[in-house]
Write a new protein. Structure first.
Length: 293
């Protein structure tokens, strides 16, 4: 009896393994890689024209900060000016990457570090290792917006592949991203987004028709800090070297910035605390006072 049961159990396990294998093979065969654009490799930010100055900004065709000419409301123009003034005096302004917080969407798509795009049947992944190892999941399985989503810096993205020229192959990825948390800014000058975090980001990604190593990302941001939707044309260049290097960012390991309360300080090469602003007071050390003798 025991032997017959053992033989039956082995046969059942073998049948289950066969069924799982067939399902796996069928799923693999149903995903035809040739139907999608070739987005493999390492993508970096396309270099803007020489006239563009400062750190990389949301609109790559304009210099950062005020020169972005963002359609800010009067209230949020004042927020930007306050951030710029704080940075001029040695502070971090509203660029929270200085605190090792993720820059989040849409600033991460400026590509301060290289990008990798992984296209799978139901999800397209975007990986960018900047400050932390970030992973965007763009769901392309036809789902609708869920009733509840836990907000995140990168948001929740739903996308759709399109065959825009009717040749039977997908060539364009349309994406909409919602459900954010903050604080977030658009460029290192502290170009602000509204505190309500009701941002909506729409993207249209496609390869250049004459250059397969140039990727376009037409991006529109809808935000209550703006008087109207703001659209910019971002561009990425595929690196053409063998054995590309993927840098690893460990913000808390490499940063020499020290925050105590709301104040920013620097750590010197000798390990001592230094002021970031002229005339800055030292931190409150009330709990470190020595006992009087």
């Amino acid at each position: 009896m025991f032997e017959r049961n053992l033989i039956g159990a082995i046969a059942l396990i073998a049948s289950l393994i066969t069924i799982v294998s067939l399902i796996t093979i069928d799923a693999a065969q149903s995903f035809d890689d040739a139907l999608y654009p070739n987005l493999k490799g390492q993508w970096v930010r396309a270099r803007p024209e020489a006239r563009v100055r400062g750190q990389p900004a949301f609109d790559p065709e304009k210099s950062w900060g005020r020169d972005q000419q963002a359609p800010l409301t009067a209230q949020y123009r004042a927020v930007l000016e306050s951030s710029i003034a704080d940075q001029a005096s040695g502070g971090e302004g509203l660029w929270y990457g200085a605190r090792c917080l993720p820059v989040g969407m849409p600033a991460m798509m400026t590509l301060y570090r290289p990008m990798e795009i992984i296209v799978l049947p139901e999800t397209t992944y975007i990986r960018i290792d900047h400050i932390r190892d970030s992973k965007r999941r763009i769901f392309t399985d036809g789902r609708d917006w869920p009733e509840r989503v836990q907000p995140s810096y990168d948001g929740y993205s739903i996308g759709k592949w399109l065959d825009s020229d009717g040749d039977g192959r997908f060539d364009t990825l349309e994406v909409e991203t919602r459900y954010f948390k903050g604080p977030r800014a658009l460029d290192p000058a502290g170009l602000p987004l509204h505190q309500d975090n009701d941002t909506i980001v729409k993207e249209r990604m496609y390869l250049d028709k004459t250059d397969p190593n140039l990727l376009h990302n037409d991006m529109t941001v809808i935000d209550h800090a703006f008087t109207r939707p703001w659209t910019v044309a971002k561009k990425y260049r595929r690196t053409q070297v063998q054995g590309v290097i993927w840098p690893e960012d460990m913000c808390v390991e490499s940063s020499e910035l020290v925050f105590i309360g709301n104040d920013l300080y620097f750590r010197s090469a000798e390990g001592y605390l230094m002021p970031a602003k002229k005339g800055q007071r030292p931190p409150d050390l009330r709990y470190f006072n020595e006992n009087k003798k």
